[in-house]
Design a protein around this ligand. Structure first.
Ligand SMILES: NC(=O)c1ccc[n+]([C@@H]2O[C@H](COP(=O)([O-])OP(=O)(O)OC[C@H]3O[C@@H](n4cnc5c(N)ncnc54)[C@H](OP(=O)(O)O)[C@@H]3O)[C@@H](O)[C@H]2O)c1
Length: 224
């Protein structure tokens, strides 16, 4: 299921018109990848891709429907809000079969006047939900701890670790290598997919730190 040479992998982004999707698209395209932004409305993805290319003309980014992005890419990153996660992946199960699917969705609940909290996912986490509805795909959980604002910022390098988990050790390593292609980033393989709940919940920690320290925080694993 692993796409062969990492350097030539085409990356599809479901929900690629959002901050996280555009941010990852921009950084991965800057690392030399062909990127296809997906959207429920292909015109929105075309406009988002044009906008990213307008700033940096050499980037290989185009826009299409989510289904076309899933179909034409060898690796697909899921970057939709949790509210649309199960439905979208269920609908695209055929397009995603036999592919590596990287899930960065955080099932976070934002309610006015309350601190953010986690939505309980029956399977344990958003990434485990993805694995349940995509039995013919290899699901790896990653990029939960990377701020979209930083990805979209003018910073040339983003000094952070990307924590990666999944049940296929080779796929985890592949995704660590992919993360490492973004300048400043290091992928760290933390283990099986059942740890995704911890990675997704870490978002609450980072949101709290960002608020208190007026920062765009990330994580660093020391000692390795
Ligand atoms: N923002 C961050 O800093 C950050 C960091 C780490 C992880 N994440 C995770 O990444 C995901 C995307 O974050 P974001 O901030 O980019 O979110 P967003 O802007 O709210 O949504 C991303 C895109 O998803 C599509 N979408 C919205 N509702 C949908 C639905 N019900 N079904 C299918 N598609 C839907 C929209 O694209 P179209 O309307 O064009 O289809 C939208 O542009 C979230 O799960 C978030 O937890 C975000």
């Amino acid at each position: 299921v692993l796409p062969g040479d990492i350097a030539t992998a085409t990356i599809g982004l479901l929900g690629g018109t959002g901050d996280q999707g555009r941010g990852l698209a921009r950084r991965l395209a800057a690392a030399g990848h062909s990127v296809v932004l997906g959207s429920r409305e292909p015109e929105r993805a075309v406009a988002a891709a044009n906008e990213l290319r307008a700033r940096r003309t050499h980037l290989d980014i185009r826009g299409d429907s989510n289904a076309a992005a899933a179909q034409s890419a060898s690796v697909v990153i899921v970057a939709v809000p949790y509210a649309g996660h199960r439905e979208l992946l269920t609908a695209l199960a055929a397009e995603l079969a036999g592919k590596l699917v990287i899930d960065c969705v955080n099932p976070t609940l934002f309610e006015r006047g309350k601190p953010p909290s986690m939505i309980a996912v029956p399977e344990g986490s958003a990434a485990e939900e993805a694995a349940a509805v995509l039995p013919e795909s290899t699901v790896v959980s990653a990029f939960h701890d990377v701020s979209a604002k930083l990805l979209l910022s003018s910073k040339r390098s983003i000094a952070t670790d990307v924590l990666v988990c999944g049940d296929d050790a080779e796929a985890n390593e592949w995704v660590c290598e992919l993360a490492g292609r973004i300048r400043g980033m290091r992928g760290v393989n933390v283990g099986p997919l059942q740890l995704s709940n911890t990675l997704e919940s870490l978002t609450l920690v980072l949101i709290g730190v960002n608020k208190r320290y007026k920062a765009r925080s990330g994580v660093r694993i020391t000692g390795i």
